[in-house]
Ligand binder design. Sequence first.
Ligand code: IPM
Ligand code: MG
Length: 374
Amino acid sequence: MAKYKIAYLPGDGVGPEVLQAARIVLDAVGFDAEYVHGDVGWEFWCKEGNPLPDRTIEILKNTDACLFGAITSKPKDEAEKELAPELRGKGYTYFSPIVAIRQLFDLYANVRPCRAFPGNPLNFREDIDLVVFRENTEGLYSGVEFHPVPDEVRSVLSRHSPKMQRFSDVPAEELAISCRIFTRKGCERIVRAAFEYAKKHGYPTVTVVEKPNVIRETSGMMVRIAREVAKDYPGVELWETNVDAMCMWLVKNPQDYGVLVSSNMFGDIISDLAAQLVGGLGFASSGNIGEDYAVFEPTHGSAPKYAGKYRVNPTAAILAAKMMLDWLGETEKAQRIQEAVAQVIAEGRVRTYDMGGDASTLQMAEAIAEKARG
Ligand code: IPM
Ligand code: MG
């Protein structure tokens, strides 16, 4: 029997090909696993009205960790149009499977390292080493949304908030509300995870990225809790930066920052920005980590126009696999992958199209696998 059982959810678009690449590298370092394939993604939305079938959730419950490829998601109206004719009008609504998995399994920390590999022609600077900790289960992604807004909801809001009165003449159809829900527990555990990481890996600062001067209650709570938690980590300094300014500083002086911590939506945004500083989404991996389960994925989407072409850079998926090994405690194997990626990039002989080369997805994976084999 293999040492680990890994849920293998390729999804759609380029998901399957980048996971195939990751597998080549995992095999090369001798990772001893049985992979259990799970259905997920657009195809299952169209055929079954559910992009995350129950049988897939069962697989996640019965594995040690999950590798996730990528998934296509489309706005409400388009999603409805692509549903099998017999399923239309039956009240099925599309939801993002990865967001659902994060919430269902309480994978509260979305960890997104953005480190420049020396020699990558796409680096904005060579000395960037950022790690984004994004809250992954609440905030604007809580899914508590209204359109049209029921009268009852509106009247409760007006009663409790004079600010709501400004909208009292707006017809229900013309009003939409998405709730930004923060909890003390949610804030505290993400901030603590960020500080723990900074302490363990020697980062001098954790920057909390919010907007408490305007979004007083939610952002305010996050910053207040960050100040409390920071007291437990005397060796790590807490910096506080508003999200808009952070975007500017990340372009101006990214080398000054280390660990960043933010809520779900802001974390989503700044992690794409941080990824581009170190070569773009081809290099950005992400771990969705909870207390006892974790899902690892490339940060990029499904890039449907490249699907099946084996052109996209698999480094993000390979680094996601590396993060999975670290999380499972297979640190020596993880380290070998990290070094292999660094060597291939530094040598610059094998490069995918995003880096100005013409290597295919699998050629890039093979080059990394060869170094990782040792
Ligand atoms: C990400 C992605 C997802 C998100 C999408 C695909 C739902 O942008 O992982 O950053 O918004 O979290
Ligand atoms: Mg994103």
